[in-house]
Design a protein around this ligand. Structure first.
Ligand SMILES: [Zn+2]
Length: 299
């Protein structure tokens, strides 16, 4: 189960990572954390029931959420857009379903899925970058993502690329997310033109040669290049897998990004740069892989 601010993506996943059955439900975050948790437990119960009806009873539960996640203790520490504060999701699921359960972070799980089943397959060191409303990252080595000492590793979106620049949601000035996320691209374009546009519109207009759109897009690519430069220097990945809404721009994003990186990296080896393959199911599949690891002993 992948719990997001607006919806939850749920599936029954078999031992090979294939989706046997999928469901989507609204999260209804406005109803409050306790009600959301009740919905999660009900949906999980329904999924387990469905699996049993099919003659293949569930053997474990994996759930991933955004924000700060204490994976060791199975606690959703802080998820702003879902409203979780210190929710012991793993224990609640284990009690309700009488199955082993594991709790993970949505982007790290998505990175694991891309590394094992998607665009990063075949690479031992994968840097997964999800560029949407915000920018998040995951560093996956041999199919395992590293959470850091406090569950906050891989937050590439908060690398400061423009000191003193636009204020980020985290409180700092000039974070990559505040300059080059899809939301930031739309906002910058609107400020300069007094026209509302999504990042996808800006990409299209930039390709069509509209000067303001070209400038905004180039600035975003430049900032992403600087952020990636730092991330590549730290992680030395074999491949960078770019996902999230902005990756829909395809070669309009990856082409210039790859080219700009080639010009900025010095001693660092340039990683392959590919578009994510699993779309918005990556988190859900990653949750399935986390659950499988409880059963088959990997990780
Ligand atoms: Zn920030």
């Amino acid at each position: 189960m992948d719990i997001g601010g607006t919806g939850m993506k749920c599936a029954l996943v078999d031992g090979s990572g294939a989706i046997l059955h999928a469901e989507r439900h609204p999260t209804g975050a406005a109803r409050g954390s306790e009600t959301v948790v009740e919905t999660i437990l009900d949906v999980a119960t329904g999924l387990a029931g469905h699996a049993a009806e099919q003659g293949r009873p569930a053997s474990a539960v994996g759930i991933v959420v955004p924000g700060v996640v204490d994976e060791r203790n199975g606690i959703a520490v802080w998820s702003a857009n879902v409203g979780f504060r210190e929710v012991p999701l793993r224990e609640l699921l284990t009690k309700r379903l009488d199955l082993p359960a594991t709790l993970g972070h949505d982007v790290r799980a998505g990175g694991v899925a891309e590394a094992r089943l998607g665009a990063g397959r075949g690479y031992g060191h994968v840097l997964f970058l999800a560029i949407g409303t915000g920018i998040a990252g995951a560093h996956v080595v041999n199919g395992v993502s590293f959470a850091g000492a406090h569950g906050a590793a891989g937050e590439v979106g908060h690398i400061i690329v423009r000191p003193g620049g636009p204020k980020c949601g985290c409180g700092a000035l000039g974070c990559l997310e505040a300059v080059a996320s899809a939301a930031a691209i739309g906002r910058t374009y609107a400020e300069r033109t007094q026209q509302n546009a999504t990042a996808a519109d800006v990409a299209t207009r930039s390709e069509a040669g509209e000067p303001v759109a070209m400038a905004v897009w180039a600035e975003a690519v430049d900032a992403l290049t600087d952020g990636l430069h730092t991330a590549i220097t730290l992680y030395d990945p074999g491949v960078v897998v770019v996902g999230g809404g902005l990756a829909e721009a395809g070669n309009a994003l990856l082409g210039p990004l790859d080219e700009a990186l080639a010009g900025k990296l010095t001693f660092q080896r340039r990683p392959a740069m590919v578009r994510a393959a699993l779309g918005d199911e990556a988190g859900c599949l990653g949750a399935g892989l986390l659950a499988l690891s409880l059963v088959d002993g990997t990780r």
